[in-house]
Design a protein. Structure first.
Length: 158
């Protein structure tokens, strides 16, 4: 038995760094992921596919580790980095996109969208309790990731 928790997040912000610099970092999956908190291991499976293994959370008796793989593609002309879930790897399916746009050479607008599903090995009756906890944790990690990127890119435009 498991609880399937859907995740859907969207963020928009503007940073001081040039668009080329922002795109280069986001398109370089290992460099981008190095800004994401609580990643235990990132494995390059080849052909643009990366397997994420997050740190275990919980106690020694009861813990959860989110593991998934996504296939990444980038298009500099469009300013996009996209990732699609790879089925059959781990306990989650995660996809999303970055869209970056130059703002008159002064800053870069960044739009992040993430959607996914995490399977938590608990009875279905736990969904009302577990769902919000998993969603909240995922949201906190993504917000810390964004904060880390903003710091790397010289701060957010007011």
């Amino acid at each position: 038995m498991s609880v399937n928790v859907p995740i859907e997040l969207g963020y928009e912000f503007e940073v001081r760094a040039p668009c080329d610099e922002v795109f280069a970092l986001l398109a370089d999956v290992p460099r981008s992921v190095s800004h994401f908190p609580k990643v235990d291991r990132l494995t390059d499976l080849g052909d643009g596919v990366y397997k994420w293994e997050m740190q275990k959370v919980g106690t020694a008796q009861v813990h959860l580790q989110t593991v998934y793989a996504s296939k990444y593609a980038s298009d500099k002309a469009k300013g996009t980095v996209t990732w699609t879930p790879v089925k059959g790897v781990g306990n989650a399916l995660v996809g999303g996109s970055w869209q970056v746009a130059d703002r008159q050479g002064k800053s870069t607008k960044c739009v992040l969208k993430i959607q996914g599903k995490v399977d938590v090995p608990l009875p279905a009756l736990m969904k009302p309790v577990v769902g919000p906890v998993v969603e909240g944790e995922f949201e906190k990690l993504v917000e810390k990731y964004i904060d880390n990127l903003i710091a790397t890119f010289g701060g957010e435009v007011g």
